[in-house]
Write a protein that binds this ligand. Sequence first.
Ligand SMILES: [Mg+2]
Length: 266
Amino acid sequence: MKVSATQKFNKKELIVFDLDGTLIRTKSPMTQEMSRLLGRLLSVKKVAIIGGGKYGVFGSLFLDHLQVSKQLLGNLFLFPTTATSFYRYQRGWKNVYAIELSAEQRDRIKKTFQRVFHEISYVHPKKTYGQLIEDRRTQVTFSVFGQDIVAVLGHKGVLMKEKWKREHTDTKMKITKLMAKYLPELEVRAAGFTSIDVTKKGIDKAYGLGQIEKHLHIRIGEMLFIGDAIYPGGNDYAVVRTGVDYIKVEGPEETKKIIRSLLTQK
Ligand SMILES: [Mg+2]
C-alpha cells in the first residue's frame, strides 16, 4: 500500500527501485550524487532494481556510473526487462535466468507492429535514431524515435520524447490497444514516454516482485518499492496489487530525498 516517505522503514530488508525516471532521468546516465547515495544505502540495505530496459542499458546508464566497492555489489540485484532476467554479482555480473520469447513469437510481434502502423496510417518521425523495433529476446520494444535518441541527442532527445508524450499519448494508446487485440496470448504495455513493450503474458512489475521474492527469499512485506509510474496505465502500477509498501516519486530528485531519509533512520 501507499506509504509516506517520512514513515520508518528500518525493518524493510530490501529497497526495490524502478530504473528509468526513478533512479535516472529517462534514458540518461546516473548522476554522481545518486551513485553516492546508493553506495551508502547498499552498506545498510539490500537493493533491487527492476526496469523495462535490457541488461545492456542497465550497464551503460547505471552500472558504468555506480562507484561502490565490489563487496557492496553483493547487496545489489538487477532485474532488467521487467524481471524476465536476473543478474547478481558473484566476482562479476552473472545472469541467473532469462525467460525469452520464442523466435516465432518475436517475429510475429514485429509483423504485428507493422500491421498496426499500416492500419492506423501511422507515420514515423522524419528522423529516427537507431532501431524502432528492438528485439530484446525477452521482450520486443517499439520506440517512436528509435532506441538511441537520447544516446545521440542527449537532453534534447529527452525533451523531444517528453513533447511527443504530451502531444501523442492517444496515438501510443491506440497502437497499444490494437497490438493487444492482435496478440491476445502476449502482454502489450505502454511504457516510458514513447515506447511499447511486448513480453510473455503476465510479465509486469508484480510478476517482477514475485521473482525477486522467489530468488532472494525476501517476502514482499519486507520490501519497499519506489517508482515514478505508479498510476493506472503506468508500468509500475502492477506492484500495487501485490500489497507491497510503495512510494511514488516524480523523478530522481525526489528519489534522492527518500534515500537520504532512509539513511537517517535508525
Ligand atoms: Mg519508470
